[in-house]
Design a binder for this molecule. Structure first.
Ligand SMILES: [Fe+2]
Ligand SMILES: [Fe+2]
Length: 220
């Protein structure tokens, strides 16, 4: 009979809750679940801290309502990215750092701080002198770090871990959109160049069309 049901049993003993088949199958395919899990914590550390930093960056785009709206979409989508992947850390036998400082320190991208403006002689200017182009450049480079991060996770999981791959590829697609948004805005703001992103607006602020948890469970 058991030959008819080859997946009825495997390397994990029946009823053993100290092991997870969801991790064992990754190992069988040559992917170390612990290594992936730690990389995911680093990656969502960057999503979470970027969500925070984008709040401040958006504030400093005061007077540029169109830029603020786009920064807001990118900000809320980073929160969606954090929330999409956080459960995966637990499925892989891990947990989020208890101390938020540890979480921020291990983020896989640099802090997207508000840049301090300087004059031509290198003197520090008041924060009110900050130019929109300086903020847009920080936003652009944060998106580029996210693209590199999620591309690496796609490469690690492709053909081995369909669940993480699906999450990472959804996020990657949105990060690529975010880069295009800020290429367009920075090109025009700094250089007067037209470099279209091909984008208009999200349906709702931070719609996260591919990565929001809600759609993951949407039966409609
Ligand atoms: Fe993100
Ligand atoms: Fe992003």
């Amino acid at each position: 009979m058991s030959d008819d049901k080859p997946h009825a049993a495997g390397n994990v003993d029946a009823g053993d809750t100290s092991e997870r088949v969801g991790m064992a199958v990754l190992r069988e395919r040559g992917l170390e679940p612990e290594e992936l899990r730690e990389k995911l914590i680093d990656a969502i550390g960057a999503e979470f801290t970027t969500y925070y930093y984008y709040t401040n960056l958006r504030m400093h785009l005061a007077g540029h309502e169109d830029y603020k709206e786009i920064a807001e979409d990118a900000r809320l989508e980073d929160r969606a990215h954090f929330e999409l992947v956080a459960p995966r850390v637990y499925e892989l036998g891990g947990h989020l750092p208890n101390d938020i400082r540890d979480f921020a320190d291990r983020a896989s991208c640099p802090d997207a701080e508000v840049p301090v403006p300087y004059d031509d002689e290198g003197g520090r200017l008041d924060i009110t002198e900050l130019a929109a182009e300086d903020v847009l450049e920080v936003l652009l480079e944060a998106e580029r770090c996210a693209i590199r991060t999620w591309s690496e996770i796609c490469d690690m999981t492709h053909g081995k871990d369909p669940r993480t791959y699906d999450m990472a590829s959804r996020i990657l697609q949105e990060e690529i959109e975010h880069e295009a948004w800020f290429v367009e805005l920075l090109s025009m703001e700094r250089d007067g160049e037209i470099n279209p992103a091909g984008h208009f607006v999200r349906g709702e602020p931070g719609d996260a069309p591919l990565s929001t948890n809600r759609r993951f469970n949407d039966s409609a």
